[in-house]
Design a protein around this ligand. Sequence first.
Ligand SMILES: Cc1cc2nc3c(=O)[nH]c(=O)nc-3n(C[C@H](O)[C@H](O)[C@H](O)COP(=O)(O)OP(=O)(O)OC[C@H]3O[C@@H](n4cnc5c(N)ncnc54)[C@H](O)[C@@H]3O)c2cc1C
Length: 372
Amino acid sequence: MYLYFFIITYNTLMNNVKDKFNKIRILIVGSGIIGKSNAFELSKYGFDIKIIEQDEMQNSSNAALGILMGKIYQKRKGRSWRLRQKSSELWPKWINILQRYNSKLKFEKPLFKLTSDLEKFKKFTTFANNYPDDELEIIESNSYILSHINKTFKGNKLQGIISHQDGRIDPKILLETLNKALKTKNIKTVNAQVIQVEKKFQEWNLKLKSGDILKSDLVILCNSLDSLKLINTEIHNIKLKPVIGQAIEIFHKEENTNFLSLPRILNINGKNLIPINKEKLIIGSTDEYNFKPDEFYINELFEFIQQKPNWLKKENISRRWFGIRSRPEGEPSPLLKTLEEGLILCSGFYKNGILLAPACSAWVSEEIKKHI
Ligand SMILES: Cc1cc2nc3c(=O)[nH]c(=O)nc-3n(C[C@H](O)[C@H](O)[C@H](O)COP(=O)(O)OP(=O)(O)OC[C@H]3O[C@@H](n4cnc5c(N)ncnc54)[C@H](O)[C@@H]3O)c2cc1C
């Protein structure tokens, strides 16, 4: 009986909210993970939402590995931690909802974080012991759990933590699933480049490269580095620098090596490894403060351990790719700001855009309510 009243009251409330919001137009610039996640979160309220995207195949969301490091993050205070904590809470809920649109979408767990450095391992141990509720399991080098890993990485004394609440969401499947969800919610993507954002008579005018103008009540800039081109940086004093991330796929033909014997999500001495099948493994990523990928940094993806196994060599690269991330200068990542009434910036996602997407979308949705 109580449940029935609760459902009726909740539905009536949500319908009232939707009636209030459905005439409000929101334009989201950029259809990477951040633009799509904002659209998905805001769709709950019934706004009239459109995304404008110039060419999403080249964006950094498509280059990402999709590893979610929430609980494994050692700095347990400040905004960055709060965003990680919130996203770690929200991701399982989002996955539950999004699986209705694509049953292939999964949050794969756990995450193995290993090191060959004894001092680092001691820090991991202290950290794991300090947070007993976070399901951080310490694994010493002689643990049976490491036997397959040690076979693949012979000669490297690896040990570390298993974080049972962290893991990975395949970014390609995630982006596809969000597209399906947004389509069902009637949120359209306009294929165009925004070249100017201007307020005229209480309305935002977004000028497209074609010369067309789109009008809106609210604008959310989710276009990473290029958001700088659309805001007056003299007034807002925002600086973003490009950080290239390169990743590679390794293919081997050795009989005695089977990448599927490794954990599905592995971080060794700071590099992420994702087995794809018996013979293929992804390794990423580099951090290059530049606009163009540099061959020199690819070496980092081979030199993260002292004793290199035979298969870990450049000749075995079967695929390589990169993405350009944006990192704020002089302030922490990401940038979540109201620039003017009705103009919100959600950009500067450096390393953890996939991880932080739900928490940042929740921030934007609360912020938007202040503008209405
Ligand atoms: C190799 C690599 C590995 C990574 N691994 C991980 C990981 O494991 N876990 C994790 O959480 N994060 C990871 N990241 C980081 C993550 O990819 C980014 O933080 C995230 O993708 C940022 O998303 P975004 O939507 O802000 O930017 P983007 O995905 O770059 O999207 C911005 C969009 O805006 C569009 N745009 C720009 N200007 C305009 C304009 N004027 N008009 C219209 N459209 C415009 C662009 O075309 C683009 O599609 C990785 C990144 C790389 C490169």
